[in-house]
Design a protein around this ligand. Sequence first.
Ligand code: F6P
Length: 367
Amino acid sequence: MSASPENRPAVRRIGILTGGGDAPGLNAVIRAVVKAAASHGIKTIGLEDSFDGLIEPDRCRVLAPRDVTGILRIGGTILGTTNRGNPFAYPIETTGGTRDYSDRCVEMFHELKLDALVVIGGDGTLSIAHQFSRRGIPIVGVPKTIDNDIPETTNTFGFDTAVSFATDAIDRLHTTAEAHHRVMVVEVMGRYAGWIALYAGVAGGADVILIPEIPFDLAKVAERIMQRDTYGARFSIVVVAEGATPVGGKVSVVKEASGAVVERLGGMAGIVATQLEELTSKETRFVVLGHLQRGGAPTSFDRILATRFGARAVELLLERQFGTMVAFHPPDIVAVPLERIVGKTKSVPRDFDVIRAARALGISLGD
Ligand code: F6P
């Protein structure tokens, strides 16, 4: 018989894992959790490569405060990660099928004598966390993604770092575009939401920003680019989110989805550049920022957010607020039930003030 919430044993030993694509700030969360947990006499066990650390033996290690010293400023994750490791549908290459390893994870959780788990991840990983939470594993989630598209939190860590990098790239492209009177198209990440494109585009002074939420018409974009000639601006910067689509068209897929692995997007900048060159007769080049946006040291904003998330996650463990996710509701870090975010995406609202500001400044959104 499972213990009722009131007489469950105190949290003394926790597991921590990172899942999905990496985002700058993951190490800052791990550090915060380990240090805050240690302050409360809680031992932390690091699980490697997402839930794989709960499937295979010897894929875990004790994390003491000295093990996380110096990782605050480092990108990536010291625990490793994967976006192929859903224990509820685990791909087995030899059979070509998938198998449910969730029982094994629950077993390992108890074998490792864990009292709770801190799961740091994006929508996919947090959905898995929610499933385990429904199976009785005490879990606190920490939202992560450079895309900033997890609902119920104003920001995820990694987003600010990605935007800063993309803004710097746009600044660099500006000078060469202006020198050669060219159109430069820059593709940024953002599968289903255009937060990175919108923020980096506005911060970098782009002329056109194409996001998944607003299907684009390149004839209108070309018109805007040609208009710029009338006041002597013979170059243009176009920022396109990888998930942006033309009106009535589809996303550009590099690799189709297979089993639990989602489709890989990319290539829209090349398509946009080719068509804009035809429509404007202006020399047009493109660049794809790709994974550069996920690398490097987190910005101070992301370090602070990640640290607050980690420290608050430990508070939630102590308060026994399981099945929740820490979230940024400025100025506070709050707890929201995991079920409120599962299967949902936080899109850029069409009437968002940054969209309105962009339009007011004459930036084309392709519509
Ligand atoms: O969700 C974060 C993200 O960086 C997306 O913007 C991008 O489409 C995806 O991950 C890329 O994932 P992977 O590294 O697996 O190709």
